[in-house]
Design a protein around this ligand. Structure first.
Ligand SMILES: [Zn+2]
Length: 431
């Protein structure tokens, strides 16, 4: 058996690992990487029509965004993914097509390829063995976002566990992944391929962070200001709504952007492992005002006090930019970022240097700015704990930047008896 790393090798983005076994070829994930001037697709995936199967861990574009690109090069095999992942992936891919065309980014694939993705999609349930040609596989809860899965594969008598992105802490939205349970029910695991997004960092305890978040919102409202809460459409926006559900803020809460459609999808689907659906339902249909017209946006953008929960999470586009346009000058207002901010984004500029680009103008933001590290990923301690629970023979560390992977590698080589790899782009591992 051979593994080839076409992406997410000492980087975050374009996740894509090829498994070669019995002359068959399978891809674990098929993502895209966003760069300042366009995209990077998985590297050197040759002979696309000869791929025998694609298995998708979850809907985020860094795990799915290259599917239409592969379709463009005549992918003909089934794409296996959970019901929720398919439902959400359709929305995200359609949106990424729209954005690409607005920004003239030339995504190298067309609308027809999007349809092909849907045609090839095979929906799978959690916790059930499937067999396709020479590969047996099972999807297990990853705790990251609705529909997310760790993928357990069996070929040549070996068991591979691929984490995709995972979280071992309960959030307001998701039941956590559980390494110990996986080991007990499906072990022993021969090869463990883990993400390492936070392989260099500890994240703050969730509960305290949530309390601070709510208290800080209340402070802003009390002084007569409004709060802009930029959110990622998938996962974070639903979590934030559930966090706000238990509180009475005495002001309107507005919900705007693609998060509306995705929240509806999550509520409409079975969404295994999603918790607090009743609260989410109540928020979406009773407590928040859903904003979809530019006219209404203009009416409410200067309102005080108010809470605006809106995409995009890094303020790179979406209604968030429209709201900040009317809020930046007033120190009574606040912007509370709710997740990781990639370098070069408006959100990162705001947190590091106090400005954002509005309509091309570099604007110094006078309102209060805070970042809350809500994360859908395991942190360094969670990853280490999961590695010990799984106790694999071979450990492969990927989906982390150079610093994270190097850090995890050094730890694993020193502290564990496992055979350890931190593959670089294009590396092949013979097992
Ligand atoms: Zn993800």
């Amino acid at each position: 058996m051979k593994l080839i790393f076409h992406g997410a090798a000492r980087e975050v983005g374009r996740s894509c690992i090829e498994i070669q076994t019995h002359g068959d070829r399978y891809l674990l994930d098929c993502g895209v990487k966003f760069c300042t001037h366009g995209y990077k697709y998985p590297d050197k995936v040759f002979d696309v029509p000869k791929i025998d199967g694609v298995l998708i861990s979850h809907a985020h574009l860094d795990h799915t965004g290259a599917l239409p690109f592969m379709e463009h090069y005549n992918l003909v095999c089934p794409i296996f993914l959970t019901h929720e992942t398919l439902a959400i992936t359709k929305i995200l891919l359609k949106d990424s097509y729209k954005i690409a065309h607005v920004k003239h980014l030339h995504p190298a694939w067309g609308k027809r390829d999007l349809k092909e993705v849907q045609k090839d999609a095979h929906r799978v349930s959690y916790n059930r063995w499937y067999k396709h040609r020479h590969l047996k596989f099972m999807f297990l809860n990853a705790g990251h976002i609705p529909g997310s899965a760790m993928i357990l594969c069996e070929a040549e008598g070996k068991r591979i566990l691929y984490t995709g992105d995972f979280n071992t802490r309960t959030t307001r939205l998701m039941e956590p992944a559980n390494g110990e349970q996986i080991k007990n029910e499906h072990g022993p695991i021969d090869i463990f391929i883990t993400e390492s997004t936070y392989g260099h960092r500890k994240l703050p305890p969730r509960k305290g962070l949530e309390q601070t978040f709510v208290q800080e919102i209340k402070k802003v409202l009390q002084r007569g200001g409004s709060v802009l809460v930029p959110v990622f459409a998938l996962g974070r926006s639903q979590e934030i709504l559930i966090m706000l559900a238990d509180e009475d803020f005495g002001c309107p809460i507005y919900f705007d952007g693609m998060c509306k459609e995705i929240t509806r999808k999550i509520l409409a689907n079975r969404s295994d492992y999603v918790i607090n659906k009743d609260k989410l339902h109540k928020m979406l249909f009773e407590r928040v005002e859903l904003i979809s017209s530019q006219e209404r946006r203009m009416q409410i953008a200067q309102q005080q006090p108010a809470i605006f929960v809106t995409t995009s999470g890094m303020m790179q586009g979406g209604p968030a930019v429209g709201y900040i346009k009317h809020m930046w000058h007033d120190p009574k207002n606040a912007v509370f970022l709710t997740g990781y901010q990639v370098e070069g984004t408006n959100g990162r500029h705001l947190i590091d240097e106090g400005y954002v680009h509005i309509d091309g103008w570099k604007t110094p933001v006078k309102c209060e700015v805070k970042k809350f590290d809500f994360s859908g990923h395991a942190d360094i301690e969670d990853i280490k704990k999961t590695i010990w629970q799984i106790e694999p023979e071979t450990l492969i560390i990927q989906h982390g930047d150079e610093e994270s992977v190097t850090n995890m590698l050094a730890w694993a080589k020193k502290e564990t008896p496992f055979k350890v790899y931190g593959p670089e782009l294009g590396d092949e591992i013979e097992l």
